[in-house]
Write a protein that binds this ligand. Sequence first.
Ligand code: NAP
Ligand code: MG
Length: 419
Amino acid sequence: RGTPAKRRGEILWAISDLVLAHADELARIEVLDNGMPIAMARGLLDGVVEGFRYFAGACTRLHGRTADMGEDLEYHAFAVSEPVGVAGLVVPWNGPLASLGNKLAPALAAGCSVVVKPAEQTSLSTLRLAELVLEAGVPPGVVNVVTGTGPAAGAALVHHDDVDKISFTGSLEVGRGIVAASAGNLKRVTLELGGKSPVFVFDDADLDAAVPVVGAGIFANSGQVCFAGSRVYAQPGIVDDLVAGLVEHAKGLRVGNGLDAGTQIGPLISERQRARVLDYVASGLAEGGEVVTGGVASGGVGYFVEPTIFTGTRADMRIVREEIFGPVLTVMPFGGLDELPGIGNAGPYGLGAGLFTRDLGVAHRAVRLLDAGNVWVNCYGRRDRSLPFGGFKQSGWGRENGPEGLDAYLEKKSVYLHL
Ligand code: NAP
Ligand code: MG
């Protein structure tokens, strides 16, 4: 907090330069840990670079404001922002550096010190980034990394009375536990939890354009994405063609080793996650759904699951209600605009939603009907650093990125100076 804003900005920019210079190395580490396709890992690092640059610029824009007290200039009253203090950053395994960057860049911009708890499966890229952070000029002791499991290292952090803030990305269940743990010292909490994001394809949609986007919305990173578009609803005039197109798309995806340049879909993170996903597939079949493609583990070494599409599902089925965090999509019919709130806003989550239609009037109305922190029209998953990212309802508390993302690491102080 003692480092001047101008210097903090220079250091954040230096971090971005070092991440860019080491992007191939960091991407490779990420693939070794997580299994994601190398092209995806490299692409996510461009986002990390962008994030450090966005927040580098924010350091010198931490403006306060003044109040007109209207008492013959007897008072000078103003408000300033100050760093919230020590921030604990608890990060999941599905996009380790991308998720960490969303927290570390604004925390350092704000002037906070941090303790990072990476996921046990994917700690290596965080440790390498921490070395680069030191090289960039961050004073020793400002960025600390504690590896270990959630119930041990993570719990110690979220219960610690000297930690002023926790920023967490991960499961709803652990998120609830963090809220409870924060009661000890009422530390500030930001939560980025999961979703069961709906995608609506209207009859008039451009089918050829929609298919690969809807497919990538669920199958990218093997579905291990918080905003994965995991339940698709299509109007009766387009549903059969959409299913046929998605099946063809899913079958065409190259599943394999993340280090092979041609791989589009890597393995799941762990044997446990694969068992969990296959258990959901079994429950979907047991409850009467039909697998039209995939539904099985792929052969070979690694925790692969084939891109899977279900039809014949109902709203009350587990695979339609619960976050699977795997490459499993359900496709169901829907009638029209008036069904959007009932279908789209069902359940505890509200992270993302997708709309495919050529009718701007329909899109504009539909956007306002959905309880979701991010709505994509004729696209899916696009994000910009300057706009807030986060969820309605139980998809989280607060937002990352944009001015909101910086505010999450700041306290406000109002000052009344009697002249
Ligand atoms: P998780 O348990 O929520 O893990 C996220 C992070 O929190 C990890 O660093 C984890 O540590 C840590 N953690 C776990 N228990 C903790 C505790 N009691 N106190 C403090 N930190 C704790 O997620 P997961 O078990 O890896 O995945 C389970 C499910 O969560 C997935 O299937 C998916 O549905 C959801 N998920 C969502 C996201 C998202 O982006 N919203 C990301 C990941 C998972 P360790 O893992 O090292 O033990
Ligand atoms: Mg866990």
